[in-house]
Design a binder for this molecule. Structure first.
Ligand code: ASP
Length: 325
């Protein structure tokens, strides 16, 4: 190649590569939430989008792609162009779905670039407002007296509410009829209306309903009591007789495999900055969630964590097999 051609080739290559890093994002970035609008995953995404806007420097759009326990939204992102404009915000479902779906349309560990974790969120066991039980002991009696007739709402196979409900059924050795929704926002509407009996859902969705007395609240899923005012009075399931019951879920972000490294670095840096936003932290804490520190907003660490969760939860799901839908 002569010098002129070499220079032309180099200029063309630079023109192809540079805009990707220098100008990203040059159009709106879509965060895919694999659950219905108004639910806990959606709430985290919308609050985080506020905090991300400045460090990322552009418009962020939330797209709700609910259904099949979050796997439809995850599939959409796995198959999207790896250009940094389609990002997934998912929860523990990333780690439960490999054990629950025979044919996932994506490979959890191979088809995504891991960006890092966002928060950890406890769950709460709640009931419809007309449920006659006022506390956990009364709920246990009511469940015993109504075996075979109880409806347990969740956000589909592999969702956080599914996982918590599965562990609960296994712990009390009672099989319930699970009613799947596209997210726990529509499930909450039906719970409030009395169409379903109970649900285990993230505090980020249940806190305001518990606070205003619109639902019956029975217990928290963690080993420790929660500190936020609306939830501090609730007992743990562990101390209510279900020894060792402990479910905490997490949210994290992912990009399609093959997204350029400079774009991933910018997204990761923006995520780290957003997670230090005092307004975001305040909102999360008020809802019982804990925002993670920098060490967990690390792609390699998060991937290792998801790998370990797939194994750990896979074992638990297998053990609870009889209660899996
Ligand atoms: N809380 C839901 C779940 O159970 C998801 C959602 O609606 O955000 O996984």
């Amino acid at each position: 190649m002569n010098l002129r051609l070499k220079t032309l080739a180099a200029t063309a290559l630079a023109a192809l590569a540079l805009p990707a890093l220098a100008e990203y994002p040059e159009k709106p970035v879509t965060i895919v939430v694999p659950f219905a609008a108004g639910g806990p995953t959606d709430k985290v995404a919308r609050d985080l989008a506020e905090a991300l806007r400045k460090p990322l420097g552009g418009t962020i759009v939330i797209e709700n792609v609910g259904g099949a326990g979050g796997t439809l939204g995850a599939t959409k992102v796995a198959k999207a162009a790896p250009d940094g404009y389609t990002i997934l915000l998912h929860h523990v479902g990333m780690a439960t779905s490999p054990s629950l779906y025979r044919q996932l349309q994506y490979k959890t560990l191979d088809d995504f670039e891991y960006l890092g974790m966002i928060n950890e969120v406890p769950m709460t066991l709640i009931g419809r407002p007309t449920l006659p039980a006022a506390n956990y002991a009364e709920l246990a009696k009511w469940i015993d007296a109504n075996k075979g007739k109880i409806n347990l709402a969740n956000a589909g196979l592999g969702s956080a509410s599914h996982l918590c409900g599965l562990m609960f059924q296994q712990a009390i050795k009672v099989d319930m009829t699970t009613v799947p929704y596209k997210g726990t926002a529509p499930a909450m509407t039906d719970l409030l209306g009395g169409q379903v009996d109970i649900m285990c859902d993230q505090t980020t969705n249940t806190t305001s309903q518990i606070e205003s007395g619109k639902v019956k609240a029975y217990a928290v899923s963690t080993l420790k009591h929660l500190t936020s005012p609306a939830l501090a009075k609730l007992p743990t399931l562990d101390e209510s007789g279900l020894k060792g019951f402990n479910v905490t879920i997490w949210h994290a972000m992912y990009a399609p495999k093959g997204t350029p490294k400079p774009v991933l670095d910018k997204l990761n840096a923006a995520l780290k900055t957003a997670l230090k936003d005092p307004e975001f932290i305040k909102r999360e804490e008020a809802l019982g969630a804990v925002v993670v520190t920098d060490a967990r907003v690390n792609p390699a660490e998060h991937k290792k964590f998801v790998e370990a969760e797939i194994t750990k939860l896979g074992t638990a799901i297998k053990a609870a097999g009889q209660y899996a839908d």
